[in-house]
Design a protein around this ligand. Structure first.
Ligand SMILES: CC(C)(COP(=O)(O)OP(=O)(O)OC[C@H]1O[C@@H](n2cnc3c(N)ncnc32)[C@H](O)[C@@H]1OP(=O)(O)O)[C@@H](O)C(=O)NCCC(=O)NCCS
Ligand SMILES: [Zn+2]
Length: 287
């Protein structure tokens, strides 16, 4: 389970039902004794700690309810996971300085809305770099992933999908992000898990996927892939991945169906995209 709050002791007294059977009997006996003596009863005040670890069904994050800092952090995270962050005027002003390139315009989604794809070096500084940093923090928190290291960022480009806001079309929202990294090798997915018999042994990489632990030359890695939850199943991840496969390596388009693209350990949704977009030939690598 994902949590960014330290687990706190709730301070709640266990109810008889929470106690193991032996203790439960003892508890009931003591209650009986009090009644039989008919003592004067005094009002007891229970001090119930209101802090409860809650898992949000919208963003999947667990946070401590009743702790203002936790609740505020969760609210901000939840909004970003659902709707994304704004690509504002400040970022737009710095596009030339930051090396932002417009890769595709008028990219049509399944619901008919149109957006554009931009790309820039993932280790960029300034306003654009700060925006990417904030975006990656949300993505990492969502995926329970560690931050990407400086060497990985230096070898990577960020591809963002920008959609005009519904209420103000002169403003854009970042609704999808792919980090594409130059890599040298990755492992091929095995059709079925095998033990070390006649076929080469495989390793379990999660989500029902198994790989042959043999490094194969592979030029493009995808260490992060994310689409805001209210914009999923519109083709955004597929458009971003195709943009990265077509433009990441200057003058050379790479083909996921030939095993030229790899993901890091995929999630359940990620493995479905690997299957559909990559035709089952996307490889796996360690970031
Ligand atoms: C994985 C993720 C990026 C996919 O983004 P997306 O924009 O919804 O993906 P696409 O619309 O391009 O989907 C392409 C295909 O992948 C498959 N697919 C994607 N999400 C799926 C899902 N939840 N269930 C079943 N199939 C799915 C479908 O075949 C889909 O094509 P279809 O909609 O025509 O059937 C998005 O779900 C996400 O951000 N998830 C949380 C973060 C994450 O898991 N990242 C992956 C890390 S490896
Ligand atoms: Zn939430």
């Amino acid at each position: 389970m994902r949590t960014y709050s330290s687990n706190r002791k709730h301070g709640l007294n266990p109810s008889p039902d929470d106690l193991p059977p032996a203790k439960r009997v003892k508890h009931l006996k003591s209650v009986k004794k009090v009644h039989s003596k008919q003592q004067t009863l005094t009002q007891l005040h229970f001090c119930i700690d209101q802090t409860i670890l809650k898992a949000c069904s919208r963003c999947g994050l667990s946070f401590t309810k009743g702790v203002p800092d936790d609740e505020a952090l969760h609210r901000a995270h939840c909004a970003q996971v659902q709707k994304g962050m704004e690509w504002g005027r400040e970022e737009e002003k710095e596009t030339i300085k930051a090396g932002v390139v417009q890769v595709k315009t008028s990219v049509k989604l399944k619901n008919g809305r149109k957006g554009r794809i931009i790309c820039f070096p993932a280790d960029v500084g300034g306003k654009v770099g700060n925006k990417l940093l904030a975006l990656l923090q949300t993505i990492n928190r969502s995926l329970s992933s560690p931050p990407l290291t400086p060497p990985v960022l230096q070898a990577s480009k960020a591809y963002l999908f920008l959609l005009p806001q519904e209420t103000a079309s002169n403003r854009e929202q970042i609704v999808g992000c792919v980090i594409a990294q130059r890599i040298s090798e990755a492992m091929a997915i095995a059709e079925e898990p095998t033990a070390s018999t006649a076929a080469p042994p495989t390793i379990d990489v999660g989500e029902g996927l198994f790989c042959y632990p043999i490094p194969l030359p592979t030029p493009l890695g995808i260490p992060r892939l994310f689409v805001t939850s209210t914009h999923r199943r519109q083709g955004i991840a597929s458009h971003l991945l195709t943009a990265a496969a077509d433009t990441m390596i200057y003058g050379c388009k790479v083909d996921p169906r030939k095993g030229e693209v790899a993901f890091t350990q995929p999630t359940r949704d990620g493995s479905r995209v690997m299957q559909k977009w990559g035709g089952g030939s996307v490889r796996i690598y360690e970031e």
